[in-house]
Design a protein around this ligand. Sequence first.
Ligand SMILES: Nc1ncnc2c1ncn2[C@@H]1O[C@H](COP(=O)(O)OP(=O)(O)OP(=O)(O)O)[C@@H](O)[C@H]1O
Ligand SMILES: C[C@@](O)(CCOP(=O)(O)OP(=O)(O)O)CC(=O)O
Length: 326
Amino acid sequence: MKQVLVSAPSNIALIKYMGKIEGTGNKPTNGSLSYTLENLRTYVRLTEISEPKDRWQALVREDLEKIDLSEKGQERFLKHLQNLKNKWGVKENFLVESANNFPSDCGLASSASSFAALTLAAAEMFQQISPQPWGTDKKYLSELSRQGSGSSCRSLFTPWALWQNEFAEPMGLEITNMHHIVVVVEDSKKAVSSSEAHKLVTTSPRFHGRVDRAELRLKDLVHALRFNDWHMARQIVWDEFIDMHRLFETSQPAFTYMTEGSKKVLADCQNFWGKWQDGPLVTMDAGANVHMLFRHDQKKSFEQYREHFKQEFKVLAFEGYKDNVH
Ligand SMILES: Nc1ncnc2c1ncn2[C@@H]1O[C@H](COP(=O)(O)OP(=O)(O)OP(=O)(O)O)[C@@H](O)[C@H]1O
Ligand SMILES: C[C@@](O)(CCOP(=O)(O)OP(=O)(O)O)CC(=O)O
């Protein structure tokens, strides 16, 4: 009985993938840049079974959150496995077990870590059954992962990943080992999934020019990070998520993920920045929660923000990168 157990991290985009080219298997309309969240991981165990089809069940392990994956979620996951089986020409069936080491219901980009982990687990398993010359090529695996969920293609590289077209690739930047806070403003399932949001944003009048705005910010952000211009980086990252949320709010029909809680957190971040002229990179995904990334040397500031937001909200705080999470 063949079995593999693999994990993959989540990632947070600082320049966002929002808008995809229809019929291309999640090719993006603009490039994106992400920071890999090594502490937030999905674990996938694949076991060869003698059953007529593949099957999913929650991976139960003391240190992992038990996930209750909807029928639709299971179908999407198993469809990705089927696509991978077709690529390798594998006919065997598998029990797929998965779980995250973080709460799955908080909109923490678990689709990125879960699809990356499934792609890597399948690659490890299928290379034993039907080895392919491209089967260990990270860029090709990133391309395959993208077809399951776009943002997952960036989770194969760490700490920075740049994704422009077919696959993501590592980006060498000096800033590493950042501290990460998520202020969990809302922990119920979001009304509009990211996949739906990708379609809806194209109806916004602001989508016209979006690609150019994102590409320019991508270029400027890479430049700012290369030259350690933290102030500039923070401003670009801020403008970028606001731009994405304006797309949501001007789509037809319009929708929003921003809640009063999100606005309060953002206002506090602005005030703290005004006061100290320093602070974290702040961003939001397609959700209400607010992510903050602190340079490794900003540990004190990380602790201050954590304590401040803990008074009112649920806060997840990850200090740098703990080597014991794999
Ligand atoms: N451990 C897991 N195993 C399998 N699938 C998972 C797992 N964790 C999350 N998922 C998938 O990821 C989806 C949630 O993703 P998330 O909340 O991060 O939203 P997202 O990245 O914005 O993606 P989308 O809105 O497109 O589903 C779930 O609906 C489920 O399909
Ligand atoms: C807002 C985002 O998090 C959108 C993520 O979109 P998904 O990768 O979840 O979409 P699908 O390709 O349809 O699975 C921005 C980002 O991660 O770049």
